[in-house]
Design a protein around this ligand. Structure first.
Ligand code: AKG
Ligand code: FE2
Length: 423
């Protein structure tokens, strides 16, 4: 038949028809997509590269005294924002706090963490935190080295990291029997487990006896998260309080508290007419805020975090503080459903985002894109009082990485979950 002759008119006609219907089908699919999904798709696309002209970039924002005196919001790349702290002269956004009226309760503090502190936090996240007793995504499969994965990776004679399934002496122990956690075994799109959506295009190996021992250097590139404080159970999407209250690093806690107390919450509440905002508890955040849980996310350049809501905390309105380090990211934040068009925000190294109050704490958000080659210069420079050689391996890792330290408060301050917990 003519249709099998690639040069025939019949074939060409059929191909035109096929392309047309496929295009229509794709357009139908696009039409079904929620605004949130459409934005994810747009910013995730490698080609053509996304247009960033509608992305809120607070380090480049400028404003004048007149605008500020008027008390009105002003626009950055089409996104309405308000400045919380007053400043008399024309100034840049660095060192200030901004709100986004479309997302009541969202506060952004550009460059809140100094370059030195950013590097300290990177060291902490890799060397001190991604190791026992803090759970990581790798624990499902591997018995991570006693000295920590990062130290093993740097060692001149790195040990091979053994797998759980291949370790006979552990197979009868409680942890051996409990099997690998569900997180890594879920497919990236499994809605039962949002953190599984933090994925690379090459998914982590499924937990099975066939997982092979690996070098610490290979595993470092597969590190995706490490738990902070109260242990989170990914299968049930609940905190597992029986595991005891894990420690929240003092410096992390201090940065989060400093961020929360640097904000004039009266002003934030005053901008919103949302029901419940006048509640005393929220007004007194700066006094009652005490972070007790969280996660460190380690994104490689092609990783994404799909739309989700962090709803497991008992304190449904207490601030969630999120610190960005390394390469910049596109952060989307919408509303209570995926039908709300998200605001698109560029998060750079050192930026702190606070998600607070009933609307913002239950808003869908996600990270569809890490922007390659956006590691700030201060990650490559020699900083005073810090040995350059010891920093080089961190810089190398960070060239293709974004780290996000995401800190929450599960319980109101002083609340005792009333469990017999092991420490
Ligand atoms: O990486 C980010 O900026 C956000 C991470 C996040 O939303 C989460 O860990 O729940
Ligand atoms: Fe989140």
């Amino acid at each position: 038949m003519d249709i099998y002759d690639l040069s025939s008119a019949a074939y060409k006609k059929a191909r035109r028809r096929y392309l047309k219907t496929t295009k229509n089908r794709n357009e139908d699919l696009d039409a079904e997509w929620t605004p949130f999904r459409a934005a994810e798709k747009k910013y995730k696309a490698r080609f053509p590269p996304p247009d960033l002209s509608h992305v809120l970039d607070l380090t480049s924002v400028t404003y004048d005294a007149e605008t500020l005196a008027s008390g009105r919001g002003f626009y950055c790349n089409g996104v309405e924002i308000r400045l919380l702290e007053t400043n008399e002269s024309m100034s840049s956004g660095v060192g200030k706090a901004f709100t986004v009226p479309r997302v009541p309760g969202l506060v952004i503090l550009p460059s809140f963490v100094s370059p030195q502190d950013q590097r300290r936090l990177v060291r902490w996240a890799l060397r001190d935190h991604a190791r026992h007793p803090n759970e990581t995504n790798l624990d499902a499969h591997y018995i991570l080295p006693e000295e920590g994965l990062w130290n093993a990776h740097l060692s001149s004679d790195p040990p091979l990291v053994r797998t759980r399934a291949c370790t006979p002496e552990l197979s009868n122990t409680k942890s051996g029997n409990s099997g690998p956690r569900q997180l890594v075994s879920n497919t990236p799109t499994d809605p039962a487990n949002f953190q599984s959506m933090l994925h690379s295009p090459k998914p982590l190996p499924a937990p099975s006896p066939t997982v092979s021992p690996a070098s610490p250097t290979t595993l470092i590139s597969k590190l995706r998260w490490a738990n902070i404080g109260w242990s989170y159970h990914w299968g049930s999407k609940q905190y597992d309080f029986t595991k005891g209250k894990g420690h929240v690093d003092n410096e992390i806690g201090a940065i989060c508290k400093r961020a929360v107390s640097s904000v004039d919450w009266e002003e934030v509440f005053g901008q919103s007419d949302e029901e419940g905002w006048s509640d005393e508890h929220w007004r007194n955040w700066h006094e009652t805020y005490e972070p007790d849980a969280g996660i460190v996310n380690y994104y490689q350049i092609k990783d994404t975090l799909m739309a989700h809501v962090d709803r497991s905390e008992v304190c449904a309105t207490s601030p969630l503080v999120s610190i960005s380090l390394g390469n910049a990211a596109i952060f989307l934040i919408g509303g209570l459903t995926r039908d709300v068009e998200p605001t698109v925000i560029l998060l750079r190294s050192g930026d702190v985002v606070i998600m607070s109050g009933p609307a913002c704490r239950r808003a869908y958000h996600g990270v569809p894109r890490i922007l390659e080659d956006t590691l700030p210069e201060h990650f490559s420079l020699k900083l005073d009082g810090e040995g350059l050689s010891s920093w080089t391996s961190y810089e190398l890792y960070m060239r293709t990485t974004r780290i996000n330290i995401n800190v929450r408060q599960v319980f109101p301050k002083g609340f005792d979950p009333g469990l017999q917990v092991e420490n």
